[in-house]
Design a protein around this ligand. Structure first.
Ligand code: 4NP
Length: 163
């Protein structure tokens, strides 16, 4: 069965689509396309239907990373649809958990930075109101976090034989 990952930020135009694209890039490199599926969503409805922010597209392109995406809002059915939900910051994390009224899915929701091994950030900083440096920091941090996350998923699924 495919293991399904959902990356979540506020707008679904900067951090979470970057995480989805970076993770898909790593998955493709390892030939795991049929093993792990990725999607992303925003806790807000601000940018529904929009592609990733042009500044994030430029930053991803400068690293030869893919730039797919069309923003959507997180919905309660995502709790059952996905195996793991990765929040970019603690505000996103709280927003997601507030929709889990029975507290049934808390174990599925994790902070993305907890998977980083080379950075000590606790959250992926929101780059929206800042300059280019912020977008580069986000991509550096997500590359680190996605590598750690991929190792975690492969261990969880005991599918290291695909490495
Ligand atoms: P994201 O960035 O949550 O990483 O997609 C943001 C995008 C839009 C807004 C804030 C953050 N906004 O306030 O519109």
């Amino acid at each position: 069965m495919t293991y399904k990952l959902l990356f979540v930020c506020l707008g679904n135009i900067c951090r979470s689509p970057a995480a989805e694209n970076i993770m898909n890039h790593l998955i493709q490199e390892k030939g795991l396309e049929n093993v792990i599926f990725c999607d992303s969503a925003g806790t807000s409805n601000y940018h529904i239907g929009y592609p990733p922010d042009q500044r994030m597209i430029s930053t991803l392109k400068s690293r030869n990373l893919p730039t797919q995406g069309q923003a959507r809002q997180f919905e309660v059915s995502d709790f059952t649809e996905f195996d793991l939900i990765l929040a970019m910051d603690t505000s996103n994390y709280q927003s997601i958990l507030s929709l889990d009224v029975q507290g049934s899915y808390q174990d599925k929701v994790k902070l993305m930075c907890d998977f980083a091994t080379r950075h000590s950030f606790k959250e992926v900083p929101d780059p929206y109101f800042g300059g280019d440096a912020g977008f580069n920091t986000v991509v550096d941090l997500l590359l680190d976090s996605c590598e750690g996350l991929l190792d975690y998923v492969l261990r969880q699924k005991n599918i290291s034989r695909f490495n």
